[in-house]
Every structure is written in C-alpha cells, then in structure tokens.
Design a protein around this ligand. Structure first.
Ligand code: FES
Ligand code: FES
Length: 221
C-alpha cells in the first residue's frame, strides 16, 4: 500500500499591509505624487495667475504704439495722405492701407520681384522700400497700367504670348518689363533676360515672358 507523502510546511501568509516601522516613515509613491502635484500646481498657478504677487512686481504696461509718420504720395494718379508706422514697406502700404493687392508679396526680402512697382518711373522692390521715404512720389502699380478697358501693351502681350501659368509673379513681371523697356534694355533676348533676372517665375514661363517684352518693345519702334 502506498503511503501518503508527509505534508510540507507552508510559507507564512504575507501581511495585507506593510508593518508599521521606520520604513513607513518615507513617503509612499501615492503620497509623493499627490504632494508634488499640489506643489507644481501652486507654482503654475503662481506663475500664471498670481505671478506678480509671487515676484513682487506688477506686469509691465503694454508698450506704446510704434511711432508713425504722415506721408503723401500719388498712386496710379490718385493722391493719398496716410499715417503709417515708420517701418511700413511700400508693399504693405499698397496692400494693407490702400487695398491695392495686385502687387504680390513673395519673399518679402527683395529676392523674387513679385512686389515690383514703379516709383517715379523706376522699378523697385516695394517690399524693401520704406513708405515714409516716398513723400511726393508717383507710384504705379499693376492696377494703374491699363487705360480704362484698354490694356497696357505689355499686359496684352502677356496674354498674346501666354506668358503666365499661376499668375502670381505676373504683376511684378509686367511692371519690371515696363521698366526694362523704358530703360531700353531690350536689344536681344539675352539682354531682356539679364535685365529681368530679378523677377522669378516659379512656373518657368521665362521664354514667353521674354517674347512678351520683345513684342511690346517692337511695337514701340
Ligand atoms: Fe519683394 Fe519678393 S516680395 S522681392
Ligand atoms: Fe506662376 Fe510665374 S506664372 S510664378
């Protein structure tokens, strides 16, 4: 007859809660998180809501508006007198103050030519031209080129030559082309390219743009 194996001694049951003692004096994880959250909350609240009282200083007053200046200039034959921040560019004056949004903001840094307009007959990057320096100036933008319903010859040439795709660069290209023709830099396609090189066309319409400028220059002869 097989005999039952002797019963092995069982390990003692683990205590349900840790025994009281020196180790329990350290904060538990739950206590630690609760404490730090409360402190952190107080810091955040102090920083955002009660910051001045924490640091003993009142928030700084909002700084005064930047100085502005009055400037009178003629845009597309119309006289305007405006007060603008001294840092305002001609491009922002045209677009934001006068509502003439034909001149485009491409790079706003003088690198693309999308903002080209004529100032006293000379082409300029309006994004780099301070408006307050234009007292008495005559400005021509794309809105002022046509004669009523009759397009400027270069505007018509751009249509004839299909010299654009998206059209974003086109106002600047046309104003620059007008300047290029007036300056007499249309002796060859290479010369036109050279003197229009400040006007970038991301759609790559350069060949047709040069043809449009050639067509218009030829019509002047
Ligand atoms: Fe003025 Fe590009 S927006 S040069
Ligand atoms: Fe698109 Fe010139 S037509 S950037």
């Amino acid at each position: 007859m097989p005999t039952e194996p002797p019963e092995l001694p069982q390990p003692p049951e683990p205590p349900v809660s840790p025994p009281e003692g020196p180790a329990s004096a350290a904060p538990s994880r739950r206590t630690f998180i609760a404490t730090t959250t409360a402190v952190g909350g107080a810091v955040v609240a102090g920083g955002l809501v009660a910051g001045p009282s924490v640091f003993g200083a009142e928030p700084a007053e909002a700084t005064d508006a930047p100085p502005g200046s009055g400037v009178s200039l003629t845009v597309n034959g119309e006289r305007h007198t405006v007060t603008v921040d001294n840092r305002t560019s001609l491009l922002d004056l045209l677009r934001e103050h006068l509502g003439l949004t034909g001149s485009k903001k491409g790079c706003n840094a003088g690198a693309c030519g999308a903002c080209t307009v004529l100032v006293d007959g000379r082409r300029v990057n309006s994004c780099l031209t301070l408006a307050v320096r234009l007292e008495g100036a005559e400005v021509t933008t794309i809105e002022g080129l046509a004669d009523g319903d009759r397009l400027h010859p270069l505007q018509q040439a751009f249509i004839d030559q299909d010299a654009f795709q998206c059209g974003y660069c086109t106002p600047g290209q046309i104003l620059s082309g007008v300047g290029c023709i007036d300056e007499g830099h249309t002796g060859s396609p290479e010369e036109i390219r050279e003197f229009m090189s400040g006007n970038i066309c991301r759609c790559g319409c350069y060949v047709k743009i040069v043809r449009a400028v050639e067509q218009t220059a030829a019509g002047r002869k």
